[in-house]
Design a protein. Structure first.
Length: 260
């Protein structure tokens, strides 16, 4: 009987300092020994999933960019990109509402550095992406993006989302950041593609997550598992709440469900 487990990255596989608990590494190893498929299932676009310590955990595939990019081994199952003209109109709306934006793609991220002056996030992007972080204005209509993230800079940001709603679904994080993803795509849609390809029954799917962009995934799979350090909404959406990341949350839940 085939089984698959899907893991969010931030707050689930690792913490803010990108520390992966030893118990999580042990759980992943035991899952592989038991013939269970494991997948990264992240809001990060592919160009932002390249940390060697993370990839060394030996995942069978990666569902990136909220389901817009799905790979199984070396096989690409999904790659949804936003048309440059649509991106141009999107940027015009976000600029009107003073919402600094990051375009996130398979190969590059695009940003207007001046919009993020003094923001530690800019230094993180520079450090992690290096030459894969490009200046947005220097590549007009050459962008290749699967999704975007924008800073919520004022109370009427909802008006921007209303204008963009024909094209995108949105995930709002604590009224501070919003992720925009092409309509119809989500972590759940990516999981559906993988499970149809591998012929994995719904009741044999498991997912670990901790935040708002995990909600569809947690409610879609057969067994949604929220981390103990997760948000209240993630815990409400889940079938089971495990311990926090550094209290062996992933390992303990895998034991609870008989996966290891």
């Amino acid at each position: 009987m085939k089984k698959a487990v899907f893991f969010d990255i931030d707050g689930t596989l690792w913490d803010r300092e990108r520390r992966i608990p030893q118990s999580t590494q042990t759980a992943l190893s035991k899952l592989h020994e038991n013939g269970i498929y494991t997948f990264i299932c992240s809001g990060r676009a592919p160009s932002y999933i390249k940390d060697p310590s993370l990839l060394a955990l030996g995942f069978d595939g990666i569902l990136a960019g909220l389901g817009t990019c799905v790979t199984l081994g070396d096989q690409e199952l999904v790659c949804e990109t936003i048309a440059p003209k649509q991106l141009q109109q999107t940027l015009e709306v976000l600029k009107k509402y003073r919402m600094p934006v990051v375009l996130e793609g398979k190969t590059y991220h695009y940003i207007t550095a001046a919009d993020f002056a003094g923001d530690p996030f800019l230094e993180v992007l520079k450090s992690e992406l290096g030459e894969q972080l490009l200046e947005l204005g220097e590549h007009e209509l050459q962008w290749e993006a699967n999704k975007f993230s924008a800073v919520i800079d004022q109370a009427n940001y909802q008006k921007a989302l209303e204008e963009l709603s024909p094209w995108y679904d949105f995930l709002v994080h604590d009224n501070a950041v919003v992720e925009g993803v092409p309509k119809g795509f989500s972590k759940a849609s990516g999981i559906q593609v993988v499970c149809e390809k591998l012929e994995i029954a719904h009741e044999d799917t498991y997912a670990f997550g901790d935040s708002v962009n995990d909600l569809e995934m947690l409610t879609y799979v057969g067994h949604g598992i929220a981390m103990g350090n997760g948000t209240p909404k993630a815990k409400q959406a889940a079938d089971y709440v495990t311990d926090a990341i550094h209290k062996d949350g992933i390992y303990n839940a895998c034991k609870y469900f008989g996966l290891i």
